[in-house]
Design a protein around this ligand. Structure first.
Ligand code: BGC
Length: 400
């Protein structure tokens, strides 16, 4: 199985971001959610990447990454139904052009959690016309920008969108409704499939997938009920959606962060961590081996895999370095076991707006001072660069 052009490097070494988390946006459903005081703090100007992208791209170059995953902000591109903003499209075009000059392969995400206000006002993706709306946007993007990008993620983490917005209700639209959540899952499958087909119709050699949020679920104890619950949770949260879109993925995108524990008494609410485990600042267990278990399960699909996100919220950068190295080692092990992992995108390039948690969590290889907007490469960034340089033509990868 091959991913991409013969001229592409054997492994995509990247970093990832999303528009709302770095650009400084005032146009979408999250902006309104923030203004309503539903989050730790509003995103405001964020990293002001919308203005500072040229120097940020120089930092990408300094990192020596050969790929960059970022998202297009639908609410900028189509601020009103059917009205496209030439300036916004022009800027994204300039960004893609610059990446080309820098020989950095873009991986473009079309939807990363945010919706234009006019879409969310009408019920978001649940509106009967939502697929048509999304496809209108995707078609326009492909005609305006498609010549500059070959790799696409249609939707970032569909199940996270559903769980956070429609079950736990910590994200917009802040609803609790099981039936609605189930409907939305099916709708997001349809949206993805339609987007897949639209992209291919405009550009037949594009490679399209989506980014699945996969958690390493394990039973809390070895008891039969806990093991049973682990199977159920794994199926519903990890496997089911991958299966649902199996015929519309050129690669499987995996966002991996942590392990959680299934306990029969908790039902579909796994326990986040064990007290004795090493944890990130968000309380997420650091567990590189969980990635290997997930990758082994994905092998049945016989598709190339991209690790579309992996990273840690921490103020202790030496912990970040260890986290990065350990996860990369696991990827090398997986490749040696015949699992076709073709790329790795560290989350995140820059410190950024971590949704409901605001700016306290620090995920960046690049530290951002939000007062002055100055950026600094953290030591982990330099370590990442050394690993990339040592692996330029290598597959499987190794961590020197
Ligand atoms: C999301 C990112 C988020 C990251 C860390 C992923 O689920 O795609 O937007 O910042 O996790 O929480």
């Amino acid at each position: 199985m091959s991913l991409g052009k013969a001229t592409w490097p054997p492994f995509l070494w990247g970093v990832a971001t999303s528009s709302h988390q770095i650009e400084g946006n005032q146009h979408n459903d999250w902006t309104r959610w923030e203004q309503a005081g539903r989050v730790a703090e509003p995103s405001g100007r964020s990293c002001d990447h919308w203005n500072l992208w040229p120097s940020d791209f120089s930092m990408l170059h300094q990192l020596r990454v050969n790929s960059y995953r970022f998202s297009l902000e639908w609410s900028r591109i189509e601020p009103r139904p059917g009205e496209f903003d030439a300036k916004a499209l022009g800027q994204y075009r300039a960004m893609l052009q610059r990446l080309r000059e820098l020989k950095i392969i873009p991986l473009v995400t079309l939807h990363h959690f945010t919706l234009p206000l006019w879409v969310s006002d009408q019920g978001g993706f649940l509106h009967p016309k939502a697929t048509t709306w999304f496809i209108r946007y995707v078609t326009r993007v492909m005609h305006e920008l498609g010549d500059l990008a070959d790799l696409y993620v249609t939707i970032n983490e569909p199940l996270v969108l559903v769980v956070m917005g429609y079950l736990i209700a910590q994200w917009p639209p802040g609803q609790h409704g099981f039936a609605r959540a189930l409907r939305l899952i099916n709708r997001l499958r349809d949206v993805h499939q339609a987007a897949y087909e639209t992209i291919k119709a405009v550009k037949s050699n594009a490679l399209v997938g989506l980014a699945h949020h996969l958690i390493a679920f394990e039973p809390w104890t070895n008891s039969l009920p806990d093991r049973g619950m682990a199977h159920v949770v794994r199926y519903l949260m990890n496997d089911r959606f991958v299966r649902m879109v199996r015929n519309h993925q050129d690669f499987i995108g995996v966002n991996y962060y942590t392990r959680q524990y299934a306990h029969w008494s908790q039902g579909l609410h796994p326990i986040q961590n064990r007290a004795q485990s090493p944890l990130s600042d968000l309380g997420w267990e650091i567990y590189p081996q969980g990635l290997l278990a997930l990758l082994r399960r994905l092998k049945v699909w016989q598709k190339p895999i991209l690790i579309t996100e992996n990273g840690i919220a921490t103020r202790d950068d030496s912990l970040r370095t260890t986290f990065l190295q350990e996860h990369l080692k696991v990827i090398g092990d997986a490749q040696r076991q015949g699992i076709d992992v073709r790329g790795y995108y560290h989350w995140s390039f820059l410190d950024n707006f971590e949704w409901a948690e605001g700016y306290a969590p620090r995920f960046g290889l690049v530290e951002v001072d939000y007062q002055t907007l100055t950026r600094h490469l953290r030591p982990t960034a330099l370590r990442y660069r050394a690993i990339i340089e040592a692996n330029r033509q290598r597959y499987p990868i190794s961590v020197p």
